[in-house]
Design a protein around this ligand. Structure first.
Ligand SMILES: Nc1ncnc2c1ncn2[C@@H]1O[C@H](COP(=O)(O)OP(=O)(O)OP(=O)(O)O)[C@@H](O)[C@H]1O
Length: 633
């Protein structure tokens, strides 16, 4: 008996009769070459004909084997939570669940019943084997692919006799965006145990997998929008493009500089040039004769190529290439974005509201202290230059910008990296010395420890100009912790700073880590409600995160690949998070002690003797502890 979505199953019919009738019809077909009339559904009859003309053995067909299956594909990733759930729902039934790729090759098999698993082993229904219709004849996998619909192939409906003890229900998993068949979800049992309910169950689980494919894809699309908006926010005076599969974004500068046809020419050129590389810099000559320098980056998220983000600059001759590093300028207020469809417009609008961040999670004493000191320094109407020291990726830049905008809502901010300082460029396209702030402006000079001599001289000039216009321009610079023994060009400008504030690394922000992790996970998977299991949270809180927030973000991206929806578990995090770093991993008691010391130092403005007295320690103990916990005071 075959049941596909449109066909009615006669439940009053006795299974034994049905088997006999279908078996007789099949025998007629094999003998006379035409399906017998006795109630064999058209979809099965058509499959028998295809199987016969493909030369499949009606007695025992042998599936071919390949090692070339992708067990870490998007399909597998998106199917995992659904298969886990399905396995749990049917735990006490004589079933086996299988997932195949679009070529009917088994990728994964879950033996809900080990007895069923053993029976299926005997017909090589196992990972790596192909259950294509032209290899093994009519079956729940290959015939679902050929007919393009969910199908149950029960008992004698199988073309090859050795499969007739089974009933297999297969449903296609189709990517909702591309409409492409990604694979087949199949549930198999013995023919006598088949129930029409299996059909509904498998179809609904296949739809759930398709929905996860959509979420996985929207993560890639989100990454493209994210990078596009960030690049635009940093380089809004330059033409910025985002090229995705079904969307082209162009900022105001790009729309002003280039006609739609020129935008298309830039897109085609950069898409062609980028090939399989991650970055490309090249010159495009437009039909008007205009030379355009383009710099493009391929955006990949969750293993999916999401698109390309590119910056284009008109030039007569090629400009000297910028030093690799962080992108140029950032304005907190995002510019208008042109999008191709209403749908993408709404995603971008949503992203804009999300990218106006509220203040950071700030419960840990070390962070609270840095934040308070910075608020004190930049909250005044006249701001003297501030140096923010700390490891890379600790959020120095974000802290400065968020706090500044919270304290001065009408103000604007600009970020300048070492490469901009080396070129002496300003956001208006002039020189740094010409910055004419239309409103109170924060200039964040990032990573000044990377400055070359020219960049350091330009920063010195900028600080000098800002000092003359203290009511208009505030300057915050970020740097790694200083090693003054090795002379560096930026050491010459340190005397122009009044205040230095240490920003703590993630390992000193245990109390903030769960909130930061959730914030990062929701940025990575904005359409999903992402949660962390308690064990995952514990692992995150005890790992040292030597590369700080970017490393935590990439660990969460890894976890979201393994488990795109639901609660992130400890095992989903990369293996390195579970390794014990004895030098840095602290016990709960040590964490409490460390935080008490940080709090005491905060209350007593860094005075170690007062802090020692506050926590009931000797002066020498507190010095030792400060060193042991690597506290920046
Ligand atoms: N509180 C936070 N929650 C989530 N993400 C954050 C937070 N603070 C910063 N980030 C993200 O962490 C990354 C590093 O932040 P930021 O650029 O501010 O750090 P940095 O110390 O200036 O280091 P670098 O110069 O290396 O980027 C950025 O992608 C930023 O968006």
């Amino acid at each position: 008996m075959c049941s596909e979505s449109q066909e009615v199953v006669d439940l009053t019919d006795d299974p034994a009769n049905r088997f006999l009738r279908t078996a007789a019809a099949r025998a007629d077909f094999l003998e006379n070459g035409k399906p017998g009339a006795a109630g064999v559904p058209d979809v099965v009859a058509a499959s028998w004909e295809r199987s016969q003309s493909a030369g499949v053995s009606a007695h025992r067909a042998v599936p071919s084997y390949t090692e070339d299956i992708d067990a870490s594909s998007r399909l597998v990733r998106s199917a995992r939570p659904v298969l886990d759930q399905l396995g749990a729902d049917i735990a006490d039934m004589a079933l086996v669940i299988a997932l195949t790729d679009h070529r009917a090759r088994l990728i994964q098999r879950i033996d809900v019943s080990s007895g069923m698993g053993r029976l299926l082993d005997r017909v090589e229904f196992a990972p790596g084997f192909t259950y294509a219709e032209d290899t093994v004849g009519t079956n729940g996998v290959g015939t679902a692919i050929e007919s393009g619909q969910a199908i149950s192939v029960v008992g004698a409906e199988h073309y090859s006799e050795h499969l007739q003890q089974f009933a297999c229900t297969g449903a296609p998993v189709v990517d909702p965006i591309t409409g492409r068949l990604e694979g087949i979800l199949d549930v198999s049992t013995v023919a006598q145990s088949w129930s029409p309910l299996m059909h509904t169950l498998v179809k609904s689980a296949a739809n759930d997998i398709a929905r996860n494919l959509l979420l996985d894809r929207s993560q890639a699309q989100q990454a493209l929008f994210d990078t596009y908006l960030r690049t635009d926010a940093r380089s809004s005076r330059r033409a910025v493009f985002g090229f995705g599969e079904s969307v082209t974004m162009a900022n105001a500068a790009a729309q002003k500089l280039f006609s739609p046809n020129e935008q298309l020419a830039i897109r085609d050129h950069i898409t062609f040039m980028i090939g399989r590389r991650s970055h490309v810099s090249d010159t495009v000559v437009l039909s008007s004769g205009q030379h355009v320098n383009v710099h493009g980056t391929r955006i990949v998220a969750g293993g999916v190529a999401a698109g390309i983000v590119a910056i284009a600059e008109c030039t007569e001759q090629e400009l000297p290439p910028k030093r690799a590093g962080k992108p140029g300028f950032a304005e907190e207020i995002l510019p208008n974005v042109a999008t191709a469809t209403e749908h993408t417009q709404s995603i971008v609008t949503d992203m804009r509201s999300r990218s106006r961040r509220t203040t950071s999670p700030d419960r840990s004493p070390a962070w609270k202290r840095a934040r308070e000191q910075l608020a004190d320094a930049i909250g005044r109407p006249q701001v003297s230059p501030v140096l923010l020291t700390g490891e890379e990726g600790t959020g120095r830049f974000t802290l400065a910008v968020e706090l500044f905008h919270a304290l001065h809502p009408q103000a604007r901010s600009i970020s300048i990296d070492p490469s901009d300082l080396a070129h002496g460029i300003d956001p208006e396209g002039g020189t740094l010395g010409d910055i004419e702030p239309t409103s109170f402006t924060l200039i964040v000079a990032r990573n000044i420890n990377e400055l070359d001599t020219v960049g350091a001289a330009n920063l010195a000039r900028l600080l000098h100009d800002a000092a003359l216009r203290t009511r208009a321009i505030a300057v915050v610079a970020t740097t790694t912790e200083l090693d003054l023994e090795q002379p560096e060009p930026f050491h010459n400008v340190l005397s122009q700073f009044d205040t230095a504030i240490g920003v703590p690394p993630l390992r000193l922000r245990t109390e903030d880590l769960p909130a930061i992790a959730i914030r990062l996970a929701s940025e990575l998977a904005p359409t999903r409600h992402v949660r962390l299991s308690r064990a995952a949270e514990r692992t995150i809180c005890t790992y040292a995160w030597p590369e700080n927030i970017p490393q935590l973000r990439s660990a969460l991206a890894h976890a979201l690949k393994t488990r795109p929806v639901g609660e992130i578990q400890e095992v989903d995090l990369p293996r390195y998070c579970h390794t014990r770093d004895t030098e840095r991993r602290l016990s709960p008691v040590e964490i409490a002690e460390r935080d008490a010391i940080i709090e005491a130092l905060r209350v007593h403005h860094g005075n170690r003797s007062a802090a020692a007295e506050h926590v009931g320690m000797s002066r020498s103990s507190i010095y030792r502890k400060i060193k042991f916990y690597k506290l920046t005071t």
